[in-house]
Design a protein around this ligand. Structure first.
Ligand SMILES: Cc1cc2nc3c(=O)[nH]c(=O)nc-3n(C[C@H](O)[C@H](O)[C@H](O)COP(=O)(O)OP(=O)(O)OC[C@H]3O[C@@H](n4cnc5c(N)ncnc54)[C@H](O)[C@@H]3O)c2cc1C
Length: 418
């Protein structure tokens, strides 16, 4: 067998695209063809729409698609987390029913983990699933659920057994979001966007075959989803850019991207937009102020270090090395940089930083930065939780004392009385 290398992969995908890419096809028709070839998700197993290639080759394949101007499989939103979890733990039925439609973009997904009383303490989930006859019947409330208002399916963590210890009494389900008993209520954020929802679940039914793995395995499977979330949603990581080319397939893709990215429109601002700092300092003349220059330099140094850390993590991943501490360190660094960028933007723009509307600095983007950066310290695990992870798992410091893992969950004191 020929040795696989960057050159052979590049040549193979280039040949396939030369023979098959046709911008006059419809989006769905093209994606089905792409999925059959395995080039849509080249690191997935061959029997499930992939080519079984090491994940490090994905950027090589992406490069060739970009060079040819070819449309890829659907990659936005929670669908990549759903795919990664189903590939790791799902049954053949799950893979058959969901994977292809994830790649074609026909189905969208959301992540039903956090609840009003359990976010950091995710294993304290109180949403209940009870087996009644031949169905699981679910009751409870989820919150912070990004894109639930558009989702066809949800990745649901629910408690099936109050008499088991906290982490053992959970199961992981695939919930049909369009069924009766699932009510999605949007929440408005302080930056004006409405990306999240509350999801009220009342007697919603799930057929037993839509439990992932076995009853009691919920926590382990949720950990897989979270690991992929922290790592940046698997390696289908390059986000699609809408093209303004005239052919139908580009217009269909642009519509899809616009809808899918609507909840994430403000996400660039939550990073603090370090990229705007120097331009703004020049525009306002703040670059002549020594104190501001010092703060800008500190921010740039921190931001560069974080970039190198991320590159080191990507290089390790490409070589197939296990994930090191870079994920938690990088997430924590990103929060610190966002907060620092907030301060620097405020120094540069002064009170104008609060303005929105036509005459505001950078069309209101600076104001949006100020009210969006707190999200980075919360989403996907708060700063404090990252610090606990680094202390316990990386530095091997003693674990926090716990009083919730040595008894049935029923007897653990809780915030919420049920
Ligand atoms: C942009 C964004 C998108 C999100 N999308 C989703 C989604 O799609 N699906 C979903 O399920 N969830 C989602 N979340 C929810 C997110 O995962 C939770 O907000 C997060 O895990 C924190 O949980 P919490 O809000 O309940 O805070 P809490 O857990 O109540 O924490 C409150 C405070 O206490 C601190 N704290 C808690 N425990 C400890 C501890 N052991 N040690 C030290 N300090 C501690 C926290 O750091 C925090 O400062 C999203 C959040 C954001 C901001």
């Amino acid at each position: 067998m020929n040795e696989i290398s960057e050159e052979t992969v590049r040549a193979d995908v280039r040949d396939w695209l030369a023979a098959n890419w046709d911008p006059n096809l419809g989006l769905l028709e093209w994606r089905n063809k792409l999925i059959e070839s395995g080039w849509g998700a080249p690191h997935w197993p061959k029997e499930w729409y992939g080519r079984g290639l090491p994940v490090g080759f994905v950027p090589v394949v992406d490069d060739e698609f970009e060079r040819a101007g070819a449309v890829t499989v659907a990659r936005t939103g929670i669908r990549t987390l759903a795919a990664a979890t189903i590939l790791a733990h799902g049954s053949d039925l799950h893979k058959e029913k969901f994977l292809r439609r994830i790649l074609t973009g026909e189905d969208t997904w959301c992540q039903l983990f956090s609840e009003p009383g359990s976010g950091s303490d995710l294993a304290g989930a109180m949403t209940k699933a009870e087996l009644k006859g031949n169905k699981w019947v679910v009751n409870g409330q989820k919150v912070w659920t990004t894109s639930a208002h558009r989702a066809d399916y949800g990745l649901l963590l629910a408690r099936t057994d109050l008499d088991k210890v906290k982490h053992k009494g959970l199961a992981y389900f695939i919930l049909d979001m369009k069924q009766p008993g699932v009510e999605v209520v949007p929440l408005r954020q302080m930056n004006g966007h409405a990306s999240f929802n509350q999801v009220f679940i009342t007697d919603a039914e799930i057929a037993p075959e839509f439990m992932v793995a076995a009853d009691g395995d919920g926590w382990e499977i949720a950990t897989t989803t979270l690991m992929h979330e922290r790592r940046g949603a698997d390696s289908l990581r390059r986000q699609p850019q809408a093209s303004d080319r005239p052919e139908r397939i580009y217009r269909e893709e642009a519509d899809e991207i616009a809808i899918a990215l609507e909840p994430y429109k403000w996400y660039p601002q939550r990073t603090g937009r370090v990229d705007l700092v120097i331009e703004r300092a020049r525009e306002t003349g703040a670059n002549a102020d020594p104190a501001t220059r010092q703060e800008i330099a500190k921010l740039m140094i921190r931001s560069k270090c974080a970039e190198w850390l991320a590159r080191r993590a990507r290089a390790a991943q490409a070589e197939g090395r296990p994930q090191g501490p870079e994920g938690s360190l990088g997430k924590l660094a990103a929060s610190a940089i966002a907060r620092q960028a907030n301060e620097v933007h405020t120094m540069i723009s002064g009170a104008d930083a609060m303005l929105t509307g036509e005459d505001s600095p950078s069309d209101g983007i600076i104001a949006e930065i100020l009210v969006s950066t707190p999200a980075l310290s919360i989403a996907g695990g708060t700063d404090e939780i990252q610090k606990n992870i680094i202390a316990e798992r990386v530095l091997k410091m003693p674990k926090e004392p716990r009083s919730d893992t040595d008894r049935p969950f029923r007897d653990v004191p809780k915030n919420i009385v049920k």
